[in-house]
Design a protein around this ligand. Structure first.
Ligand code: OAD
Length: 256
């Protein structure tokens, strides 16, 4: 396999050496880690647009209140497309590392569930899950979000089984707070030895702030991304290339 364009083997070796030392590893992933699985990113190549609307305009409480059926059609279409996507070699590599390293946390901004399907341990869903629903009606925020893995929901918009009001996707929308327990766990995870930011443009907060926070805690911060990002200036090492190409090249066990 040829090295990805612009990828320096010495940089790859540096990350490999740090991983082989058995670090406390924390990983932040974004849409780019799922690109090779066929999931469009939000900010590139026409991703993020649906029927002429921007994802940022659909993924809001205001959009849902104004037209729940429309917002649910968008999520329904995404669920149906995601249901046929498979984890790619980047997800698979992270899943292996999650089982081999004793202190491992993966913070994902993705709602697609592909890290979990790859078997990754200790995943923090920073922006929730598209496979969860929760009540948007009078009993919000109870009951707890419930899982529904059916690619196509039988009735749109779906209803809350407890109160009969509207159900909403179990994701974090623009303008909403991150679930406090998830935020606290992510903030704790930046206190690590090695922090990888993979496939994220690092422009959406508070996730984008985790890179600088990890560095402030003394972590060695690495970016894996084919393009420069909002976080590139605050990392110690940049690996330019697709995650599905770079991550499987890195051996965790020292060669004998
Ligand atoms: P973006 O779409 O903003 O950025 C995707 C990143 O992935 C870009 O930096 C690409 O260069 C990179 N990329 C593309 N292909 C890649 C590959 N094969 N390997 C590695 N990287 C690749 O997605 P996010 O940063 O995840 O929030 O966006 C953050 C948040 O903004 C999302 O969680 C969502 C969105 O609006 C909410 O919905 C709240």
């Amino acid at each position: 396999m040829a090295l990805a364009a612009g990828l320096d083997p010495l940089r790859l070796a540096e990350l490999e050496a740090r991983l082989q030392a058995g670090p406390r590893l924390s990983v932040l992933t974004g849409a780019g880690v799922s690109a090779a699985s066929g999931v469009p990113t939000y900010r590139g190549g026409g991703g993020g647009m649906w029927r002429g609307r921007r994802a940022q305009d659909l993924a809001t409480r205001e959009a849902f209140v104004a037209d729940p059926a429309l917002v649910w059609e968008w999520y329904d279409e995404r669920r149906r497309r995601l249901a046929v996507c498979q984890p790619n070699p980047a997800h698979a590599t992270l899943a292996v590392w999650s089982r081999q390293l004793s202190v491992f946390t993966l913070i994902t901004q993705n709602v697609d569930g592909l890290h979990e399907r790859a078997g990754t341990r200790n995943v923090l869903r920073f922006h929730g899950s598209i496979w969860h629903l929760r009540c948007a009606g009078s009993c919000w925020p109870a009951p707890a979000p419930w899982e529904d893995l059916r690619p196509a929901l039988p009735v749109l918009p779906p209803r809350c089984p407890a109160c009969g009001g509207l159900a909403r996707p179990g994701v974090v929308w623009f303008g909403e707070a991150i679930e406090p327990s998830v935020l606290a766990a992510a903030e704790a995870a930046v206190d690590c030895d090695l922090f990888l930011a993979i496939g994220t443009s690092a422009v959406v907060w508070p996730a984008a702030g985790l890179l600088a926070a990890a560095r402030a805690c003394g972590a060695f911060v690495v970016e894996v991304n084919p393009e420069p990002t909002g976080g590139s200036h605050e990392v110690d090492l940049v690996l330019r290339g697709p995650a599905e190409d770079i991550l499987p090249r890195i051996r965790l066990a020292p060669s004998s």
